[in-house]
Design a protein around this ligand. Structure first.
Ligand code: HEC
Length: 127
């Protein structure tokens, strides 16, 4: 009996440990807001007046280069990336690496934790 109970607890412990990295990657939206300051010159997370970059409202699940009323580069239109946490992480690491020839004049967010927080913010606010 005691062995069986300990095994059950062990199973829970392992399951909890397996879940931890996912939570760690989820990021902190409040911290991500400060990272978004690097983007805010060119982007908004809510619908609004036109800026230098496309509006990011409704970004998640959208195909790259498809916001109505924004003229994208041919590279961004041809990329046909479906934006989610994974593709955004790759793009924001080095925009010119994932979409060569795109017109976003931004080198990237090099620190992984900053990107995770930024993506959590985008997910919460731009959706
Ligand atoms: C100097 C202005 C500028 C800055 C700063 C900038 N961007 Fe952009 N961004 C653009 C432009 C312009 C495009 C469109 C690029 C193209 O068409 O090739 C773009 C495209 C994007 C796209 C693709 C959108 C779509 O509809 O497919 C995402 C996502 C994005 N930017 C996120 C960010 C984030 C997050 C930051 C901050 C870390 C950031 N950008 C910083 C100008 C900027």
């Amino acid at each position: 009996m005691i062995i069986a109970r300990n095994l059950t607890m062990l199973t829970f412990a392992v399951a909890a440990m397996a879940a931890t990295p996912v939570l760690a990657q989820a990021g902190d939206a409040a911290k991500g807001k400060t990272v978004f300051a690097r983007c805010a010159l060119c982007h908004d997370v809510k619908p609004g007046p036109k800026k230098m970059g496309p509006n990011l409202a409704g970004l998640f699940g959208r195909t790259s280069g498809t916001t109505a009323g924004f003229t994208y580069s041919p590279a961004m239109q041809k990329a046909k990336i479906r934006w989610d946490a994974k593709t955004l992480d790759a793009f924001l690491t080095k925009p010119s690496g994932l979409v060569p020839g795109n017109r976003m004049a931004f080198a990237g967010v090099p620190v992984a934790a900053d990107r995770a927080n930024l993506i959590a913010y985008l997910k919460a606010e731009a959706k």
